[in-house]
Ligand binder design. Structure first.
Ligand code: UD1
Ligand code: MG
Length: 419
């Protein structure tokens, strides 16, 4: 169905309310830029053409666009109608439906967009809006309806009368157009409004005025249309996305004791029967096997891979490290740039001193090694299979401990050879 669909993603905005030097669509939600979520959604539509309208810091935003997406640069931010107009030359030969999406709407679901497109196409409408009924409509454009309850226009908050402000049906901003009708109406949009901008929303009353058919689809879940305009909305979106991600992990057989105090980034992998205890942060690029135990108060940072049956317990920070099966670090410590073999026990308070001020160095710990409490392993260093370190020992750099040997003290030295 989507051979006849083109998507225009509006992403030129300056993010004024974010008070940020970074374009808002590049701010992360669950460890991933806002825009990536919108791009995922667009991928599922398999549209014929996808145009991104960029402006503010477009070189940076462009970097995360995917192959096949064309870019139109809006030099001056003169409003949403102007933004869409900028994209139109790239659709010169296209005929069909144009879907307009905002790049700052990361929570939209593909089912919702599919429903909107289907309704639009089946009704052969000139425009179909995604609308919502909300208790607090402040800041949104309000939907105007005629005496037959047909949509007749949209009025922006700043231009609305008191009566119009009391309308609780709002414009989410997501809309489908018949291309020819859109192109025709865009020419007539004027910047005669409080913001002196060219509003895309004016196309609706223009189409209605010329006898066009304008439809509406209710979004159902208003959270889906949450736009990221401020840091508060960014936090709100993070919460909603976090809930979605956690629910999907729970469906896959992961136990999350307290979802509210657990933070799992997008793209993390977690195996079945793993339990995540409260106050745990799992960042991106992390893979956790099955039957693991993580937290409480664990910080699992990027580049970490935990094999099955691994325990990373209370107050442990792990970064860029691999733990093989059945290894455990149960009580506070820092494990960075480590390669931990299977069935290793890392005692309470163990620290890998991985950074020498210039480079990050690797610590290797062999199978069944036993690292005594409060050991410092100054990397690069290697602890052999079944080797042991005594409590409080400091194993200095390059002073590798051979397999089976026990070392103690500061600096650590061997005390005996085990069989
Ligand atoms: C817009 C709608 C409003 C709707 C609300 C939903 C208009 C006139 N108003 O208002 O009815 O309720 O969204 O969130 O459309 N952009 C550009 N170029 C520009 C201006 C904006 O690319 O010149 C992009 C922005 O980056 C953003 C999107 O268009 O992604 C929407 O712009 P924004 O200024 O946030 O519109 P709102 O005032 O929120
Ligand atoms: Mg907005």
């Amino acid at each position: 169905m989507n051979k006849n669909t083109a998507v225009i993603i509006l992403a030129a905005g300056k993010s004024t309310r974010m008070k940020s030097d970074i374009p808002k669509v590049l701010h992360p939600i669950c460890g991933r830029p806002v825009l990536e979520y919108v791009l995922d959604l667009v991928d599922t539509l398999k549209a014929k053409e996808v145009i991104a309208v960029l402006g503010y810091k477009h070189q940076e935003v462009r970097k995360i666009l995917r192959p096949g997406i064309k870019v139109a640069i809006q030099k001056k931010l003169r409003g949403t109608a102007d933004a869409v107009k900028t994209a139109m030359p790239l659709l010169k030969n296209f005929k069909g439906t144009i879907l307009v999406l905002y790049a700052d709407n990361p929570l939209l679901k593909k089912e919702t967009i599919k429903k909107l497109l289907e309704r639009h196409i089946n009704n052969n409408a000139d425009a179909t809006l995604l609308t919502a009924k909300v208790n607090k409509p402040e800041g949104y454009g309000r939907i105007l309806r005629d005496k037959y309850a047909s949509i007749s226009g949209i009025v922006e908050e700043k231009d609305a009368s008191d009566f119009q402000k009391s309308i609780k049906e709002i414009n989410t901003g997501i809309v489908c157009f018949n291309k020819e009708k859109l192109a025709g109406s865009l020419k007539s949009v004027r910047a005669k409004n409080a913001k002196k901008e060219f509003y895309l929303t004016d196309v609706i009353s223009l189409l209605y005025g010329s006898g066009g058919l304008v439809g509406g689809v209710d979004i159902g879940d208003i959270n889906e249309s949450l736009g990221i305009n401020s840091r508060a909305e960014l936090a709100q979106a993070n919460k909603i996305m976090q809930k979605r991600l956690q629910e999907s992990w729970m469906r896959e057989g992961v136990t999350i004791i307290d979802p509210d105090s657990t933070f799992i980034s997008y793209g993390v992998k977690i195996g079945r029967d793993t339990t995540i205890y409260p106050f745990t942060v799992i960042e991106k690029d992390v893979k956790i096997g099955g039957q693991c135990s993580v937290g409480p108060f664990a910080h699992v940072r990027p580049g970490t891979f935990l094999d099955n049956n691994v325990t990373v317990g209370n107050f442990i920070e792990v970064s860029r490290s691999r733990f093989s099966a059945r290894s455990r670090a149960k009580h506070f410590g820092f494990i960075g740039d480590a390669r931990v073999g299977p069935s290793v026990n890392i005692g309470a308070g163990t620290v890998t001193a991985n950074y020498d001020g210039k480079n990050k160095n690797i610590t290797r710990i062999g199978e069944k090694a036993f690292i005594g409490s409060d050991t410092v392993l100054v990397a690069p260093v290697k602890i052999g299979k079944r080797a042991k370190t005594g409590a409080g020992s400091v194993v200095t750099r390059n002073r590798d401990v051979p397999g089976g040997v026990t070392v103690v003290g500061v600096p650590a030295r061997p005390i005996k050879k085990s069989q």
